[in-house]
Write a protein that binds this ligand. Structure first.
Ligand code: GDP
Length: 465
């Protein structure tokens, strides 16, 4: 049963938009915020590379690093020490696989970066989707070792799928780290072969612009070319630009954050905190949120109050679109908030629907998609059973023109407009209004089969209460 709403003591009115903008500019000492996802085939060296980068940036203290070194030697895998900087749980350590999207924040001279370390293991693609849907930019880690680049890039490898997914989910800029260059004697020829193939794939198939792709030769294990120009003779012989990974990260452009739009947050976790109330976690999708705000929990349409706003365990007076936050809620029963609930500005709440019309891009599938095709619908932190209800039109993959009305089926690499029916009402946004919040993925039988953009909410549900 729903508790009566508690009056919020001295509920503050929202700052005016102008105040919010200037507060936003002051935040982080004018440093730009960037959400970075790390993708690539399993064992490409993602964890090692990022762990070593954080270590060189001074984000890991010597004592902790020493502890990791000792522990990893004990189990006979001393090269894992850097990866452990990112992998937190015991279970992951024992298995040597990064499972969850671990989150780490680090600062450079010009930027504050939230690192979403996406896992490379096949079973973990749902996590990779969560990671990539929150990311602005990506580092694609490629294993340069002879034979291994080929495995990761060709048959069965995850390199292509990750890059396609990242692009479909809105990642616009990408750094390609050609890693493990120590295993190929820092060969320029090897580097050129790999960058040529990847570059062609990223521009021709994944849809990245040439100017939004950069390449770097490096070794995460040795820590070469990460934060300081390399002194490796075999590399500097031909790598004359001397650009380091951190310089490329500094050059990434932060996206425009929709902070002037109504507040939205899709809940990715709900947990009981200390004291009264309970907490939810998620990334602010649009607008901003402050302690004292009254919000609406959709699709239920239940009101609640924001008691506290935390970023990285520190209490703050405002959090903006793009920030990962923890919020303490009060005035509502915990059972009314779930993973997937949308916290909204009450004056302009998110709409929910059980049926949507969407434009989809079909990936490399074996079984064509037909009417009635069951799928798992992935949106933000949620996955829900759904059905492709109608195939409205097939579109030309690049021009977007209708090439066939009411197609009987959709084969691999096609593009189409479809209607999708969900088992339960879900809050979503139109891609035309909220770019970040209008995207989703479809999966079936353990594979990602399509990426989509919401065009219309067809059957809008209004809250019952
Ligand atoms: P992930 O699955 O992509 O996160 O890969 P890891 O970071 O766990 O690394 C996989 C394996 O490759 C580990 O045994 C690492 O020690 C090794 N490795 C990672 N980076 C390098 C590198 O630059 N050079 C060499 N020689 N080995 C590396």
């Amino acid at each position: 049963a729903m508790k009566p709403l508690q009056a919020t003591p001295k509920a503050k009115s929202k700052n005016s938009k102008l105040d919010a903008m200037s507060e936003y500019a002051k935040r982080h000492g004018n440093k730009e915020l960037l959400n970075l996802v790390v993708i690539g085939h399993v064992d490409a060296g993602k964890s090692t590379l990022m762990g070593h980068l954080l270590y060189q940036l001074g984000n890991v203290n010597k004592k902790t690093m020493h502890k990791y070194e000792q522990e990893s030697k004990k189990i006979g895998k001393s090269s894992f020490a850097f990866a452990w900087v990112l992998d937190e749980t015991e279970e992951e350590r024992e298995r040597g696989v990064t499972m969850d999207v671990a989150q780490t924040r680090f600062e450079t001279e010009k930027k504050v970066i939230t690192l979403l370390d996406a896992p490379g293991h096949k079973d973990f693609i749902p996590n990779m989707i969560t990671g990539a849907s929150q990311a602005d930019v990506a580092i694609l880690v490629i294993n340069a070792t002879r034979g291994e680049f080929e495995t990761g890039f060709d048959a069965g490898g995850q390199t292509r799928e990750h890059a396609l997914l990242a692009r479909s989910l809105g990642v616009g800029q990408i750094i390609v780290a050609v890693n493990k260059m120590d295993t190929v004697e820092w060969s320029q020829e090897r580097y050129q072969t790999i960058t040529k193939k990847i570059g062609q794939f990223l521009t021709k198939q994944a849809g990245f612009k040439d100017s939004d792709i950069s390449f770097i030769p490096c070794s995460g294990l040795i820590g070469e070319n990460l934060t300081k120009p390399s002194s490796e003779p075999k590399l500097i012989e031909w790598y004359t630009t001397k650009t380091t990974l951190i310089e490329q990260i500094e050059n990434l452009r932060p996206p425009v954050r929709p902070i002037d739009k109504p507040f939205r947050l899709n809940v990715s976790d709900v947990y009981k905190g200390l004291g009264t109330g309970f907490n939810v976690a998620g990334r602010v999708g649009s607008g901003y949120v402050q302690p004292g705000d009254k919000i609406l929990i959709m699709p239920l349409g239940i009101s609640a109050n924001i008691r506290n706003v935390y970023i990285d365990d520190a209490s703050v007076n405002v959090a903006f679109a793009g920030d990962h936050v923890n919020l303490t809620l009060s005035g509502v029963d915990m059972s009314n908030v779930n993973i997937g609930s949308c916290l909204c500005d009450p004056s302009s709440p998110a709409k929910s629907a059980t049926r949507i019309r969407a434009k989809i891009v079909v990936f490399n599938i074996d079984v064509p998609i037909t009417k009635g095709f069951p799928v798992v619908f992935h949106y933000q932190a949620i996955n829900e059973p759904a059905v492709i209800k109608r195939l409205l039109s097939q579109l030309h993959r690049s021009s977007g023109e209708v090439i066939k009305k009411k197609p009987r089926c959709l084969v691999k690499n096609s593009s189409a407009v479809v209607e999708i029916e969900l088992e339960r009402p879900m809050c979503m946004e139109l891609y035309s209004e909220f770019k970040d919040l209008g995207r989703f993925m479809l999966r079936s039988g353990g594979h990602t089969i399509a990426a989509g953009l919401v065009e219309e909410m067809v059957q809008i549900k209004t809250p019952l209460n």
